[in-house]
Design a protein around this ligand. Structure first.
Ligand SMILES: Cc1cc2nc3c(=O)[nH]c(=O)nc-3n(C[C@H](O)[C@H](O)[C@H](O)COP(=O)(O)O)c2cc1C
Length: 135
């Protein structure tokens, strides 16, 4: 995935990312979030409708999983635990699923979790990202 990273991040971030991917920051535990795997349906099967329903189902599953993950991260933080929401390991999904003998589920995210050895300051909040509409 190095080529993809180069298009998105600076060399400094890539160096840190490569290190993190080696041992997931030294986390003692890793939580894997999965959703049911939707069967691949082709547009010609059913006027595209079956495919649309499949995609819609997956879309909702992904959003539900994302809400779950956000709650999980907040609950962990409230207990003094550190986490990192990761989708980078998706590049290794086939290998991860083989290792865990998982065939009928799709990997959404990987979350290393443990007591952090540092507490960096919160980044500054972005200003003016909300658009208020008056009536
Ligand atoms: C959907 C999603 C996927 C992410 N995937 C990765 C990843 O694969 N590797 C990584 O180092 N950070 C990843 N991040 C970023 C970290 O989880 C975290 O948001 C980032 O380090 C910023 O942390 P901060 O908001 O505490 O500064 C991802 C974030 C999101 C929301």
């Amino acid at each position: 995935m190095i080529e993809h990273l180069r298009g998105v991040f600076s060399e400094k971030i890539i160096k840190i990312s490569l290190q993190v991917f080696k041992n997931l920051g030294g986390a003692p535990a890793v939580i894997l979030i999965y959703i049911p795997r939707e069967p691949v349906t082709h547009a010609s099967d059913d006027d595209g409708r079956a495919r649309y329903h499949g995609e819609f189902k997956r879309y909702n599953q992904l959003l539900s999983a994302s809400a779950l993950i956000q709650n999980l991260l907040l609950a962990a933080h409230a207990r003094g635990l550190g986490t990192c929401w990761m989708t980078g390991p998706k590049y290794m999904e086939r290998e991860i699923n083989e290792l865990l003998d998982i065939t009928d589920q799709e990997l959404v995210s990987v979350i290393p979790i443990g007591f952090p050895d540092q507490s960096p300051p919160a980044p500054p909040r972005k200003e003016d990202v909300v658009r208020w509409i008056g009536f």
